[in-house]
Design a protein around this ligand. Structure first.
Ligand SMILES: Cc1cc2nc3c(=O)[nH]c(=O)nc-3n(C[C@H](O)[C@H](O)[C@H](O)COP(=O)(O)OP(=O)(O)OC[C@H]3O[C@@H](n4cnc5c(N)ncnc54)[C@H](O)[C@@H]3O)c2cc1C
Length: 415
């Protein structure tokens, strides 16, 4: 059987691409080596981030670089083999992180973020996944008056872009989250129109189920090779060979493995994060996700318990787990909330798929017909999956595009 479109990767991005195509009368096969939402889209902090209008530039100020260098931070750590392996991408990342460049990039990025909640809502309604979503925002906690002041100024600016917030004193925080201890904090920003998901993997699974209800097919098998053949595509997997007219690569941080043999070498690099769930007494819990801005970790209420999520570790995809960052973060988290036993015996680790210019790749491939890329969403792929799905469908079906797609083109690094 020849499929109209094959999508490889059933994370938030690939599942959303497949959903939009199937919804618009394409006949789609979605392939993943695991069940939908089992990798990075499983392990994230579960925030649909309408407030995320700023990107994450490489530290360029000397003070910031000196702070990161000893490799003991809770927000960012690195391993030398990864620096060596990804040095070219990191150099580009550094170059793209000048204030002027970041300003331009953020202007482009914001055209995507603007639509994140409305695009999720369409899929949430169709999938009946409303019970997984809380629309009461999340809390950005500050330990230092200086960073708090800067953040408040940015939040006020963000109102021009439809991002809503309240500034909270410690006393007000205490009213919102009576079980938490805010002694080490000076205040918080409550981002009002961002959403919290109580089980990120289940949201992807709900979208995938709805895709199947519309007639979409899912195969759980690993893709070994993709070959252009007969004006279309042959996808060789661990178990079968599949054929399609069109192909979309949405394999998150693994995307380069699939497209390198076709002659593409995009500067995609991984930024690892860890999480672990902890039991809490029901009377002693929190109701909002909280991001400790000065220490760079998130603690949020999930179905499985309180999920403690670390910042970034620059390491290679298959490097063994290193729990140092998580251990340090846990000490800080326990001061905020009395966490009980860990739910899992070992913490989860997964990699954000990052691009040096902090923008995802969403577009057609420049060396092959009928091939599209949708990956590299770094810190906000869970937020931007549905928006990406919509854009890829519009491109494939040659419809007018919701936003200008040029800044996200796959060939921007070869120009
Ligand atoms: C700790 C942490 C916290 C985060 N918090 C947030 C947050 O709060 N909000 C937010 O928006 N983003 C967050 N992110 C980022 C977000 O999770 C990612 O950007 C997003 O999940 C990427 O989705 P994806 O579909 O591109 O990749 P993935 O979810 O990784 O999906 C890729 C899929 O491709 C499949 N695949 C790969 N290779 C093959 C192959 N050869 N054959 C078959 N299948 C294959 C994999 O099995 C996988 O299922 C966080 C990330 C981390 C690590």
């Amino acid at each position: 059987m020849r499929h109209e479109v094959i999508v490889i990767g059933a994370g938030m991005v690939g599942t959303s691409v497949a959903w939009h195509l199937q919804k618009n009368n394409a006949e789609v096969l979605l392939i993943d080596k695991k069940l939908p939402g089992s990798e990075t889209s499983y392990g994230n902090a579960g925030l649909i981030q309408r407030e995320a209008i700023h990107t994450h530039p490489f530290p360029r100020q000397l003070t910031e670089m000196i702070r990161v260098l000893p490799n003991q931070g809770t927000d960012i750590r690195y391993r030398i083999p990864a620096i060596l392996r990804y040095h070219q991408a990191l150099l580009q990342y550094w170059k793209y992180s000048t204030p002027a460049s970041v300003k331009k990039i953020e202007g482009e990025w914001q055209t995507l973020i603007e639509h994140c909640t409305s695009e999720h809502q369409t899929m949430i309604s169709a999938s009946g996944a409303d019970e997984l979503i809380t629309r009461d925002g999340w809390l950005q906690l500050h330990r230092s008056e200086d960073t708090f002041k800067e953040a408040v100024a940015l939040a006020i600016d963000a109102r021009n872009q439809g991002v809503e917030h309240n500034v909270l004193t410690v006393a007000e925080l205490k009213v919102m989250e009576p079980s938490a201890n805010f002694d080490e904090f000076v205040g918080a920003i409550h981002w009002l129109n961002s959403w919290q998901v109580s089980n990120p993997s289940l949201l992807v699974k709900a979208y995938a189920k709805n895709f199947q209800e519309m007639g979409g097919i899912i195969k759980e098998t690993g893709v070994q090779e993709i070959v252009q053949e007969d004006g279309g595509w042959k996808v060789i997997t661990d178990t079968d060979t599949f054929y399609s007219d069109k192909l979309v690569i949405a394999a998150g941080p693994w995307s380069n493995d699939l497209i390198k043999p076709l002659g593409y070498d995009l500067p995609l690099f991984p930024m690892r994060g860890y999480h672990q769930h902890f039991k809490v007494n029901e009377k002693n819990t929190i109701h909002h996700s909280m991001f400790d801005m000065d220490k760079g970790f998130v603690m949020g209420p999930m179905q499985q318990g309180i999920r403690i999520t670390t910042g970034a570790e620059m390491t290679t995809m298959n490097a063994p787990k290193n729990f140092g960052q998580l251990k340090t973060v846990l000490k800080l988290a326990r001061k905020i909330l009395p966490l009980e036993d860990a739910v899992e015996s070992e913490a989860w680790a997964g990699s954000r798929p990052c691009m040096p210019d902090m923008k995802p790749v969403i577009g057609s491939a420049n060396k092959h017909e009928k091939l599209w890329f949708a990956f590299g969403h770094s810190h906000q792929g869970f937020t931007l999956g549905p928006m990406t799905g919509r854009l890829v469908e519009e491109m494939i079906h040659e419809k007018p595009l919701l936003v200008n797609i040029e800044p996200f083109s796959a060939d921007r690094f070869s120009k």
